[in-house]
Structures are given as structure tokens and as C-alpha cells.
Design a protein around this ligand. Structure first.
Ligand code: SF4
Length: 294
């Protein structure tokens, strides 16, 4: 069983000091270590963004995909290697913006992959433009008069599209986040953990303090995670207004909804029951093909 420190590469993280990515990095390493999986039993696919630089800092097998395109190769990996636990690390501009189509279709397919959303509500890597989850009316570099659109709601989308494990975490509570990651990783089918990951450089509204003053844990309220209607209604609770005070807006974190026993996408794909890599273990007679080539 790899220890936490064995998931750390020799590369020094380049994230800004205090960035929420540090907490997520730590929580994932802790979850993987506590699950006791050997390194050959899982793989991670990163999208593009500050979070994606984690590909250099987490010592695991995996790949750094194109912007918004981490989910398709992760799904393909799961189909060809259904014995692997496959994790996607994606950003809000990445997974909920340019990759939103892949996100929605993955939700309705239910492949056995774990999606971890680094939701800092801003484009950090490209220096502070509004992202799909930036608060309504919040001024940013690209929207100096404030964002006119309502933010994308990853939790509500996931529940509406049939996801079977939907949770929200906070990068400032590493122990709680590691617990959510472990549950998500053990879930059969697609699991989403959307994580508030403060960007200390470009988002001066949704800070660590902002979340600490508003977040509460669902499991401390005897929340029924099997009640899909209640989970969807809760997901629609708005706290994306600049007028949101700690008294008027509370931010639930924890498992919103989970449903066990739903077949995963790969269960219905005949080829997944006899993966190509297993076939490849058998020597194949290619002499007839070679003969046609002279
Ligand atoms: Fe983190 Fe923001 Fe710095 Fe990117 S720009 S590393 S998200 S603090």
C-alpha cells in the first residue's frame, strides 16, 4: 500500500502560495493511500488549467489531455481497462466550459470513472477571466462591469442527467474532502465531486474565508442521500450572488445523492468484457497478412 508521500513527485508545485489546489492534491493523495490501491490499479487524466499542472506533481500513471477533453480518454481507458480505477481531474473552465458536452454525455452514460472538479470560479491560468461558474454580476478581467450570465450548476446538472454519486467538497477541509474522494472512488459508475478550490490570486470574492463562513456538512444534518428530488432541490439553492452573506446564504458540502446498483456503461459494452489488452496477451498468427505484403 503506497504511503501518502509516495504519491509526491520530485517536482516542486508551481501553484501560487495558498492556492486551493494544494488542499485537493493532499486530499487525493490521502484518499489513494487509505484505499490501499497499488499504483498499477488506477490512472488519472487531467484537463488543462492550473489544476492540470498537478500532472507533474502527483506520482501516478496517467495523461495530461487537451483543454476540456479529459473525459473522453478517461472513458476510453475505462472501456479498454475495466480493471482500472480511472480518475479525471478537470477545472471549471475546462470541464464545465469547453468540455461541458463531454461532461453531460458522461453523466448519462455512467461509465465507472471519478470526476473531480477543481471549481475556483475563475480562469486562473489565463489570468482572471470569467469562467462558467463565476458568480452572477462579479467583475472580472474579462467582465469589468460584472458577469451577466447565471453560473453553470455542476451539482444540479449531474443529478438531472442521472449521475449516481454527486458530492461537493471544499479544498479548505482536507480531511472531509479525502473522505468524499474515497467514497467517490469506491462507487460503481460515474461519481462527481465538485470542489470549491479558492484561487487566491484572481478570485477575491470566493475566498477560503468566504467558504468557511458559509459551508456546512450534510452528514451532520442526517441528510438522506437516496432522495433524488430533495438533492436536486438543494442543488438549486443559490449562493452565487454578490449579496450572499453568511446569514442569508449557506453552502452545503458532502454527498448530495448516491444510488447503488445501477449498471455502469462498460457493463453494457460487449468488448469491455473481453478487453483488447487481454486479447493482446495471446500471440496472433499474422503470417497471412505478412504474405500479402510480399
Ligand atoms: Fe491557484 Fe489561482 Fe494561482 Fe492558478 S492562478 S495556481 S488557481 S491561485
Amino acid at each position: 500500500m503506497p504511503a501518502v508521500k509516495e504519491f509526491t513527485t520530485s517536482q516542486k508545485p508551481t501553484w501560487c502560495p495558498g492556492c486551493g489546489n494544494f488542499g485537493m492534491w493532499e486530499a487525493l493523495k490521502r484518499a489513494l493511500s487509505e484505499l490501499g490501491w497499488e499504483k498499477h490499479e488506477f490512472a488519472v487524466v487531467w484537463g488543462i488549467g492550473c489544476h492540470g499542472n498537478g500532472a507533474d506533481f502527483l506520482d501516478v500513471k496517467g495523461m495530461h489531455a487537451l483543454h476540456g477533453r479529459a473525459i473522453p480518454p478517461a472513458t476510453a481507458l475505462r472501456l479498454t481497462r475495466p480493471d482500472l480505477h480511472v480518475i479525471v481531474e478537470m477545472g471549471d473552465g475546462d470541464g464545465y466550459g469547453i468540455g461541458l458536452g463531454h461532461f453531460v454525455h458522461a453523466l448519462r452514460r455512467n461509465p465507472g470513472i471519478t470526476l473531480i472538479g477543481h471549481n475556483n470560479q475563475i480562469y486562473g491560468l489565463t489570468t482572471g477571466q470569467a469562467s462558467p461558474t463565476t458568480d452572477h454580476l462579479m467583475p472580472t478581467v474579462s467582465t469589468p462591469s460584472g458577469v451577466l450570465e447565471q453560473p453553470v450548476n455542476p451539482i444540479g446538472l449531474a443529478i438531472a442527467e442521472g449521475a449516481t454519486f454527486v458530492a461537493r467538497g471544499f479544498a479548505g477541509d482536507v480531511a472531509h474532502l479525502a473522505m468524499l474522494f474515497k467514497q467517490a472512488l469506491e462507487h460503481k459508475g460515474l461519481a462527481l465531486v465538485d470542489v470549491f478550490q479558492p484561487c487566491v490570486t484572481w478570485n477575491h470574492v470566493n475566498t477560503f474565508q468566504w467558504f468557511r463562513e458559509r459551508a456546512y456538512k450534510l452528514e451532520e444534518r442526517e441528510w438522506d442521500t437516496s432522495d433524488r428530488d430533495a438533492a436536486f432541490e438543494l442543488s438549486m439553492t443559490t449562493f452565487h450572488e454578490l449579496t450572499c452573506t453568511p446569514e442569508t446564504c449557506r453552502v452545503p458540502i458532502g454527498v448530495f445523492y448516491r444510488r447503488e446498483g445501477v449498471p455502469a456503461y462498460e457493463d453494457g459494452v460487449p468488448a469491455a468484457s473481453e478487453p483488447g489488452w487481454k486479447c493482446a496477451e495471446q500471440p496472433r498468427d499474422v503470417s497471412s497478412i505478412a504474405a500479402t505484403l510480399g
